[in-house]
Design a protein around this ligand. Structure first.
Ligand code: MCA
Ligand code: AMP
Length: 511
């Protein structure tokens, strides 16, 4: 029973119940997704993937990728999804570090990535296209659909998700069957998901939000999803009448509010809108409620912990707060220096405990040890609990930018910038952006003889960093501000450049 797949489907809605409605109106039932996942699970065995092996997947969102995820879970292997935006250099690191047994990429990236995978020591490389084409899908079609889901121990891993680090390279968060099952079953009850729910799913599926929070919770409820390939405003507006609930990052809600077609009549029938992955500003929360009558339910989570804190379903959802600790999740707020609990109402470090919390970083015991304190996971986020028990995220101690719901670690970009001949120093900061929440800006000093243009710097970055990590602007300065310890004062840079995107409209996304 410990296998995540078995636990999610313990209250099975029946083979004919709808699981996903695709953009072409095709309905994938629970019976069909069970068969598809069974074929992939059988194929993994044929390809030599054993229990505990890592299966790295860099594909576009598709229902076959969901079936592959479930097949990996059923076979007791470990699912390792990768953002399709990652460059070959980034993929090389993930494949090498994880020692993946199988790498699945898009048919059109096979020629470029097969040598990368082989150099990283990956034994098998297959392809899966957005439309269900590719060598993996073809081979799965020839496999039996019956598969006996593997029984596992609760702590066995279901997935590894890489998160960047404030220093050094990305870390693989090891996430167990128990972590995922306990969180999804709890969220289903907390957010009152039922079989009749239809979730508008426009999130990517290589992250916790779209893969686990959305898909696992839907399966646990025996509900269905309107499965869209990405957030496209026209498709979302067309799908809303068929949905009862929606999950999104704040940028989704900002873009909806920016569209005059999005009004009270369009969403009167909806039961729930949930936001997470980045702060939803109180202004957006209030504008959404004024326009639609719905109070967005904001919640707080992390890759390492799944969901931790949520506004209530039945009670008041307070703008600018993330609500209360979820059932089974322990939250404490401590002094970042002394680690002692802070007085009631004071700001401190959010620490987390519970069956949702991951077991550590893949083959990085020192990093794991440094992020746990007395069995509590130290989030790097700063928060405060008010006198009614609502928790607010008031900042981050970690140097992290969240742009459109993607985490971007300045240290990674600074390392690449500093390699450019002529760059003396760099500081990468997040600057308020009307569409993405924060946008990446690089502040640079150049050597006296240096002759560097913004274009030259950006073209250098494009080979090594995914587009979403690349700065939206470069600013050249004579000197970076430093404190008495010679540490760069990023807060002063953020203040200096805080208005640079203020004029851009939310829909003027390219700016
Ligand atoms: C795309 N681009 C971005 C982003 N997305 N740049 C910065 N930040 C981004 N998030 C780039 C594209 O490559 C493109 O570059 C240019 O920006 C314009 O693309 P646009 O059409 O605006 O982008 P889009 O396709 O509409 O995507 C924006 C998006 C998307 C819809 C906000 O990024 C998205 O779906 N974000 C959700 C992320 C997410 O699911 N996070 C959950 C993490 P060019 O024009 O040069 O080609 S899980 C998590 O955080 C925890 C656990 C939690 O609590 O949930
Ligand atoms: P990730 O590493 O992608 O899982 O991102 C986790 C981080 O996203 C957290 O540590 C927070 O900094 C941020 N985050 C997630 N949800 C919220 C929220 N509702 N409000 C503010 N920050 C959030």
């Amino acid at each position: 029973m410990t296998n995540l797949f078995t636990r999610l489907l313990a209250d099975f809605p029946g083979d004919d119940a709808p699981f996903a409605v695709l953009p072409d109106a095709r309905v994938v039932t629970y019976g069909a997704i069970g068969e598809m996942s069974g074929r992939y699970a059988n194929l993994l065995g044929d390809l030599g993937v054993a229990q505990g092996d890592r299966v790295a997947v860099q594909c576009e969102k598709s229902i076959d990728m969901i079936a592959l995820y479930l097949g990996v879970v059923r076979a007791g292997a470990i699912f390792l999804p990768l953002n399709p935006a990652y460059t070959a250099a980034e993929v090389a690191y993930f494949l090498g570090d994880s020692e993946a047994r199988l790498f699945v990429c898009r048919p059109d990236t096979l020629d470029a990535l097969r040598p990368v995978a082989e150099a990283a020591g990956v034994g098998v490389v297959e392809t899966l296209g957005e439309d269900g084409t590719g060598s993996l899908a073809r081979a799965a079609a020839r496999c039996a659909s019956q598969f006996s889901t593997v029984e596992l121990a609760a702590g066995d891993l279901a997935a590894i998700l890489y998160t960047s680090g404030t220093t050094g390279r990305s870390k693989g968060a090891m996430i167990s069957h128990e972590n995922l099952a306990s969180n999804a079953l709890m969220l289903k009850d907390y957010w009152a998901f039922e079989r009749k729910d239809a979730l508008l799913h426009a999130l990517p599926i290589f992250h916790t939000h779209g893969l686990f929070v959305a898909t696992n919770t839907i399966m646990a409820a025996g509900a269905s999803m309107r499965f869209l390939p990405r957030f496209d405003i026209d498709e979302v507006i067309a799908a809303l009448p068929h949905a009862t609930t929606m999950m999104g990052v704040p940028t989704f809600y900002i873009r909806l509010l920016d569209d005059p077609r999005f009004d009270e009549a369009l969403v009167r029938h909806m039961r729930l809108f949930i936001s997470g992955s980045a702060p939803l500003s109180a202004d957006v929360h209030q504008a959404f409620e004024a326009r639609t009558g719905h109070a967005v339910l904001e919640r707080y989570g992390m890759t390492e912990t799944n969901m931790n804190i949520s506004n209530p379903y039945a009670g008041r959802r307070r703008a600018g707060t993330v609500g209360f600790p979820l059932p089974g999740v322990g939250i404490r707020i401590t002094d970042p220096e002394t680690h002692a609990p802070v007085p009631a109402g004071a700001v401190g470090m959010i620490e987390i405990q519970g069956s949702n919390v991951f077991s550590g970083y893949w083959r990085q015991p020192e990093k794991t040890a440094s992020e746990f304190r007395d069995g509590w996971f130290v989030s790097g986020d700063l928060g405060r609990i008010d006198d009614e028990g609502y928790i607010s995220i008031v900042g981050r101690e970690k140097d992290l930018i969240i742009s459109g719901g993607y985490n971007i670690y300045p240290a990674e970009i600074e390392t690449v910038l500093d390699e450019i001949a002529g760059v003396r120093e760099s500081a990468v900061i997040g600057v308020p952006h009307p569409d993405l929440g924060e946008a990446v800006v690089a502040v640079i000093t150049i050597a006296p003889s240096g002759d560097l243009s913004e274009d030259r710097i950006l073209s250098h970055l494009s080979g090594s960093l995914a587009r979403f990590k690349q700065p939206r602007a470069i600013r050249f300065v004579d000197e970076l501000p430093r404190n008495s310890m010679a540490k760069i004062q990023k807060n002063r840079l953020r203040e200096r450049f805080q208005d640079m995107f203020a004029g851009a409209s939310p829909s003027g996304r390219g700016s």
